[in-house]
Design a protein. Structure first.
Length: 413
């Protein structure tokens, strides 16, 4: 698995509670695995392991490396014993957006990080923040440095995409069979311009999601967008109001270039899945197929959800159950509740699961950072990012990329 030793041990403990069969888990630190497919392509690893746990964004890379096998979970031979109880199924957004590829189930999604809005009393007095315009007004009304969202290198891209997500409607990132980038179009430009405006009021030091979360719960920030990354992020020093992030007040209509106003009575945004979701699939070299599929069914039933979530927030939201560490932390209770609520949406949208996903996202992130640093205008940055995306697509093969883009959206070959 790509993860920590603590996560591996939590998975083993949960399994030992229902089975005498030993479970051996090898933890590979993500910092040491820039290309997960290359790591799993190691012949010895493939021989020694039947299952792979990896970030969902690596699905395309693993597919072209022929490292995954389709999981026949429904037909797996399983006769749950008394120790195995029914649990709520995997939320629909994770099931359709992560667990499936090309319309077929390839594994089991085990959770999802999701940004939420955090605010203290002084920010709450500014009223509701239903959309990004209201959020921008609240940021402007607070003292400089008292609001933030994750803008550190590698994270700024998500601040842009979470905003653009609502503005984009059903058309997302690429257009047509030729995989032409949509980045220089109105939804992304509007999102980047608004992000640039708000970032001028943020602290000078750009932070990671965990750093923003810690600053918010420590009352160093009055208003923030963040999510917990590590277990140390979950110790709140004060109670913070937790809510959904703002949604788009308008959606761009590419046919005529107009903006359609969204009915404020309901949330219409697609749930954006960032690709960091942990996914467990059968390895190509799996030798114990029946036992491995039984194990996947056990995971799908949620038997390990509580144990995994207790050691890492990235496993929150896979099933409808309380997270142990949230019992004494109201901020985490709110986060857990909102993540599960968001993942029940049928409108799940994964950022990228095609080959080279990290390269595409890194190219866009560099351009967003350039805008925040004042080195480029939003227009220049999006055009440059689109050009770099074209280069990546050409280098990997346009036909291959177009095929995997369709497969990642649930279409067949």
């Amino acid at each position: 698995m790509v993860g920590t030793e603590a996560e591996a041990q939590a998975l083993q403990r949960a399994w030992l509670a229902v089975s005498e069969q030993p479970l051996r888990v090898t933890a590979l630190a993500e910092a040491d695995t820039p290309h997960t497919a290359d790591v799993f392509d190691d012949g010895e690893i493939s021989k020694r392991h039947d299952l792979l746990l990896f970030a969902a964004r690596e699905t395309g890379n693993l597919q072209i490396a022929s490292q995954l096998r389709r999981a026949q979970i429904d037909s797996a031979s399983s006769a749950p014993d008394d120790a195995m109880t029914d649990a709520t199924s995997v939320p629909i957004a994770l099931e359709s957006g992560i667990s499936q590829y090309a319309g077929q189930q390839i594994g089991v999604a085990l959770g999802s990080a999701h940004p939420v809005l955090l605010r203290h009393d002084s920010a709450s007095e500014l009223g509701g923040l239903p959309d990004w315009e209201a959020y921008g007004q609240a940021v402007a009304a607070l003292p400089a440095g008292k609001s933030a969202e994750p803008l550190a290198d590698g994270w700024a891209v998500w601040a842009l995409l979470h905003r653009a997500n609502g503005y984009s409607g059903s058309q997302w990132l690429f257009s047509g069979d030729l995989m032409r980038p949509l980045l220089p179009t109105a939804p992304y430009l509007r999102a980047l311009q608004e992000l640039q405006r708000d970032a001028r009021r943020y602290p000078e030091t750009r932070m990671t999601p965990g750093q923003v979360w810690q600053a918010a719960v420590a009352a160093e920030l009055e208003l923030a967008i963040a999510w917990p990354q590590f277990t140390q992020d979950i110790v709140a020093q004060t109670t913070v109001e937790v809510d959904m992030i703002p949604q788009a007040s308008q959606v761009f209509q590419p046919r005529d270039g107009s903006w359609q106003t969204v009915d404020p009575q309901y949330r219409s945004d697609w749930v954006l899945l960032m690709g960091n979701e942990p996914l467990v699939s059968l390895a190509r070299g799996c030798r114990q197929t029946a036992a491995s599929e039984w194990f996947l069914r056990w995971l799908e039933r949620g038997e390990a959800a509580s144990a995994l979530a207790s050691v890492s927030p990235r496993f929150v939201g896979s099933h409808d159950m309380e997270v142990p560490y949230a019992a004494t932390d109201k901020t985490l209770q709110g986060y857990d509740r909102l993540v599960r609520q968001a993942l029940r949406s049928s409108f799940g949208r994964t950022v990228m699961r095609l080959p080279g996903a990290r390269d595409y996202l890194a190219a866009l992130d560099r351009q967003v950072v350039a805008v925040l640093a004042g080195d480029r205008t939003p227009e220049e940055a999006l055009v440059a990012a689109a050009e770099q995306w074209e280069e990546i697509t050409e280098s990997l093969g346009r036909r291959q990329q177009a095929t995997h883009w369709r497969l990642a959206q649930g279409m067949s070959h």
